[in-house]
Design a protein around this ligand. Structure first.
Ligand code: ADP
Length: 785
């Protein structure tokens, strides 16, 4: 009997290109092949579908090797006039059937997905016409009765409703922030003002997030014009900032910025105002960022999104029945989900229509939660000291202590800046505790060392993009510093709440403080932890500040290392990542650089496992005809094994390779803490920090009695699945803390490891026997004092 026809899944990129599109193609091609389908690429977007012939090509596994590190799209994209017409779509349908394409995955912006939606709704009538005009028989078209389409949103504008992020948006944002950071230095030197125009005709996401991430003085976005007199509003704020002592002024304006009457606001108009001799008289320059925003390779987040959404799209295609509504793949907070394509297209169009109709409230309400949160955060942080109407009544004003605990992580400073701004705006008193609990404890006694200080807003305001920890951080736990000392100091300073930004130590610290409450009533104040650690190992969250910065550093590092092998071709790199006893960073980096294998502490390493991987590498190099020169990467977490270190693994591989290929180990070390924090970390820092202070604020002043019995008085803020949540520390201690290994018991990312293995083409390997699985939190309390 003849083999049944394999399903043919095609992928195309369409519309404006965006970083990460190549990652989508790689994931779709490889996942399709993995699931026993044939993979096809349609070159040049809809144009290729209409042209047919050489534009529709079967793809092999090795042909997409290294594509994660490529910017733009290697299968081309085009704007296609013909596809706007039924005539063009008819030819496209014919070409799909001629090539036997069963399903089409389209990665593009809202235009491309609108086209896809139209194609799908017309499909039955197109097929009918092809039969009626004698181009196909009924039997020929029968297998193609239902068009199986899945959308993936690739767009730098982040303008699609129903998803928090589109592929490429964070890469574009990174480029913008990088440029603004550069411009800030020169603006400061000359005490100049800069008006920076960024992309976004109907959507202000890039401008808004760039404003949040860089702490710009003023922004203009299409969805939310300023009041009738935006000119005075802007000049007042900037005058005020200058009066505070700021030497630089940054205004970010989206391409599609409008005033309340719906008239366009141009960078020239803003410049003229700022430079007006009778007004602010600032030496003002305009910078239009233009196409650099689309350029470069994708940031780690976009590579992750591209990969996971590509994989999900293939699964969706295979799950689809004639009854399933056409879907696109979205991300909500941290969760990849399938959503109705038609509804999203409709909502997206409504935003543009609402902006055009000047119904700006509606335009804002159609954007996702994060957009609204960030808008509020932005307004709050830029309007510090401005609006007395925001302040709480005197009696409710709190004294809130800020402390960093653990190793430095990207965006700790951005979180503090946002928290301080919020406190000032609401009339609370933010206080810095310098150098963690160790610093605090040393502040005790006859000669306090000045570790407890007020914040100076002018200084804090410049922390939006600063790496490290400006108030200093320390790993010491309160029990080591002296619980009594800490309790006394909290009483002495009459703190009403404690805001901790840090890693597992911050969690451990609150756990100790909570346990000591019976003995020291002064510890009965609300405490909130904002997880910040590159290891991303704090219970209660799937994301920690700094982890994105770390992944970007690793991606850059690995890209360079991979390329360095191009002269020698046959080289394997074994790279050691940080992460403590959590394999998060190693796994996510593996996903975003396309590693051949990842070794984590959760799984461990065994000799049999290494033997299987070495055997596989030998086979790979035997078949390799030098199609791609880039090296192959193995990632090993620093604590995956006490014996099999990166160096030893590299040595074993070299010995076994018998000079058929080479092997090297490489340790990026503290580079992983990152220099300038990534925009994702900065933006999330702002949003989450404000939520934390709001939470603390909800307890009010001198709330000892209320606090003692309320589990929510000690919490971790986290992103879990599709939501931002507060989880009581007590609950996490009971259910989800692996104390000896300093990580959560459940690793939300565990499933991603299989995807790394599948897409990296790793052969099945024997799993190491496990030492530490099946831990219950209560068995592991020995970490607690
Ligand atoms: P983007 O996908 O980045 O928003 P465009 O809006 O240029 O980019 O759309 C890309 C292509 O998608 C267009 O050139 C056209 O071929 C197709 N397309 C867009 N809108 C429609 C539509 N309403 N009907 C049919 N095809 C469309």
């Amino acid at each position: 009997m003849a083999e049944p026809h394999k399903k043919r899944i095609a992928v195309m990129t369409s519309g404006g290109d965006s970083p990460g599109m190549c990652g989508v193609v790689r994931a779709v091609v490889r996942m399709a092949i993995h699931l026993n389908c044939d993979a096809y690429c349609v070159y040049e977007g809809y144009e290729g579908l209409v042209q047919g012939g050489k534009f529709i090509r079967q793809m092999q596994w090795h042909e997409v090797r290294g594509w994660l590190s490529e910017g733009g799209t290697l299968i081309g994209t085009a704007r296609c006039k013909a596809f706007f017409e039924r005539e063009g779509r008819l030819v496209a349908a014919k070409n799909m059937i001629l090539n036997g394409i069963d399903a089409l995955i389209i990665c593009g912006g809202d235009g491309s997905l609108t086209g896809a939606d139209k194609f799908r709704s017309e499909w039955p009538s197109l097929i009918e016409e092809l039969v009626q005009t004698g181009q196909f028989t009924q039997e020929q078209v029968d297998p193609f009765k239902h068009l199986n389409i899945v959308g993936i949103v690739g767009s730098i504008d982040n303008d699609m409703s129903g998803t928090d992020a589109t592929i490429g948006a964070y890469s574009a944002l990174s480029r913008i922030c990088e440029m603004v950071d550069y411009i800030e230095a020169t603006a400061y030197s000359h005490s100049r003002a800069f008006v920076i125009e960024v992309m976004g005709r109907h959507c202000g996401w890039l401008a808004l997030m760039a404003g949040v991430a860089t702490g710009a003085d003023f922004i203009f976005i299409p969805e939310r014009p300023r009041g009738d007199d935006w000119q005075s509003e802007m000049c007042d704020i900037i005058r005020r900032h200058r009066k505070l002592g700021k030497r630089k002024t940054i205004v970010i304006i989206a391409e599609g910025a409008l005033d309340a009457q719906g008239e366009k606001i141009t960078p020239e108009m803003v410049k003229d105002l700022l430079a007006d001799k009778n007004g602010l008289a600032l030496d003002t320059r305009i910078t239009t960022l233009g196409h650099v925003q689309r350029g470069g390779t994708a940031v780690s987040y976009d590579r992750m999104l591209a990969t996971l959404q590509g994989v999900e799209a293939v699964k969706a295609v295979l799950d689809a029945t004639p009854e399933t509504p056409t879907c696109f793949i979205a991300i909500n907070e941290n969760k990849i989900v399938r959503k109705n394509l038609m509804e999203a297209v409709k909502d997206t169009k409504e935003v543009a229509a609402a902006v055009q109709a000047k119904d700006f409230d509606r335009a804002m309400s159609l954007r996702d939660h994060e957009f609204l949160d960030q808008y509020k955060s932005y307004m709050m942080t830029t309007n510090v000291h401005m609006d007395d109407g925001e302040k709480v009544p005197e009696i409710q004003r709190m004294k809130i202590a800020f402390i960093n605990v653990g190793a430095p992580a990207g965006a700790m400073n951005a979180a503090i800046r946002a928290g301080v701004a919020y406190c000032i705006s609401r009339g609370h008193e933010p206080i810095a505790i310098h150098n963690g609990f160790a610093g605090f404890a040393r502040h005790h006694g006859d000669k306090p060392i000045g570790a407890v200080r007020s914040f100076d807003w002018l200084e804090v305001d410049s922390w939006a993009s600063k790496g490290g920890s400006e108030i200093g951080t320390n790993r010491e736990l309160p029990a080591d510093s002296g619980m009594e000392t800490i309790a006394n100091l909290i009483e002495q300073y009459r703190f009403d709440a404690l805001f901790l930004i840090g890693g597992f130590e911050a969690f451990h610290a609150v756990s100790q403080l909570r346990a000591a409450r019976d003995e020291y009533p002064s510890l009965c104040i609300p405490m909130c932890i904002l997880p910040a650690t590159i290891s991303n190992n704090v219970p209660g969250t799937e994301y920690s500040l700094g982890s994105d910065t770390c992944l970007n550093e690793l991606v850059n590092y690995c890209d360079k290392i991979k390329q360095s092998a191009s002269a020698t071709r046959r080289r394997v790199f074994v790279i050691e990542t940080q992460g403590g006893k959590s394999g998060y960073v190693a796994t996510l980096a593996g996903l975003t650089v396309g590693a051949s294998a990842v070794y984590t502490p959760e799984e461990g390493i065994s000799l049999d496992m290494l033997a299987a991987d070495v055997k596989h590498l030998k086979e790979v190099f035997k078949k390799d005809r030098g199609q791609s020169r880039a090296g192959r990467l193995l990632l090993v977490n620093e604590k995956a094994s006490k014996v099999y270190t990166a160096k030893l693994i590299a040595d074993i591989i070299r010995e076994e390779a018998n000079e058929r290929f080479e092997s090297r180990d490489s340790i990026p070390g503290h580079v992983q803490q990152g220099g300038v924090p990534s925009p994702i970390d900065r933006c999330r820092a702002v949003r989450l920090a404000i939520k934390c202070i709001e939470h603390l604020e909800s307890f009010g002043r001198r709330a000892q009695n209320k606090v003692k019995h309320d589990p929510y008085s000690t919490v971790v803020i986290g992103i879990r699945g599709a939501s931002v949540v507060f989880t009581p520390v007590a609950e996490l201690e009971e259910t989800d803390t692996d104390w000896p290994n300093r990580r959560p018991i459940t690793s939300h990312w565990a499933g991603l490891k299989d995807i790394v293995d599948v897409l990296g083409g790793r052969n099945p390997y024997p799993k190491p026997e496990h030492k530490l699985t099946g831990l219950k939190a209560k068995d592991t309390k020995r970490g607690l004092r």
